[in-house]
Design a protein around this ligand. Sequence first.
Ligand SMILES: [Mg+2]
Length: 293
Amino acid sequence: MKSYKFIVNPVAGAGKAYSLLPRLKEIMKESGIDYDIYETREPRDAIESARTAAKEGYDIVVAVGGDGTVNEVLNGIVGTKATLAVIHGGKGNDFATAVNMPTEINPACKALIDANIRSIDLGKVMDRYFINSVGIGFDAAVAERVNRGVKPFKGVSAYIYAVLEMLISYQTTDMEVDLGDGAFACHPTLVAVGIGQAYGGGMRILPDAIQDDGLFDVCILDKMKKPFMLYHFPKVFKGKLKHLEESNMFRAREIKIKLNEARPMHLEGEILRGDYMHFTIEEKAMPVIFGPG
Ligand SMILES: [Mg+2]
């Protein structure tokens, strides 16, 4: 029988992850499963605790939180034999959605115990692994602005405030992009790179992405006038942004992006900054528990 370590981010989803714990413990006890729970204390704590769990021989390390918690657990267990799993518990749950995990705790636990495991691709950029999607450009600038804090706003209103501020102040920069067959210059509003289809809580920027084909899906959105950005933005939730003439969709095994100046990139809850981003992919490198369907 498999053993489970739950890495719980008690502040994820404004306490949503934490509120799942009583029911989670009940189900695991009733099932007679070997499990343990660890509550994280600070950012990046999940990386170390997940690594320790894998070294202790836990078969499955479960992130209970949002995409940021998943990313930390992933970076902790990479290179070990542990399998990654997730329970919806954050504000953004794009990875949990991508692996068909039920949103309710009872069926989610059943999926964990059934342990339908498939290996999917693993991306790496700037010494950080990712398993879903990252973005450079306008959306990263918005995420960075929200992270800096926009008091007194919180949650969705903080996000809206940051979008409006960036619509006024954001400037695109020159980039040189190499998708494996020579570099080309561009001046995009944003670049998205992904193994999965969505980021930012349901923004399906890469609606055709396949998680285990050994290739990144890439969207380069050409520079767009700001009123058009606002008008077209809702289309991303339906996966329809790709139909715009400004959208250029690609697939690539390796990507090099040189920017004129250091800019933010949002990577599954984390903001990184750089003027050179080199993406590599490891095909089917991470075993993951999938939900039904
Ligand atoms: Mg792919």
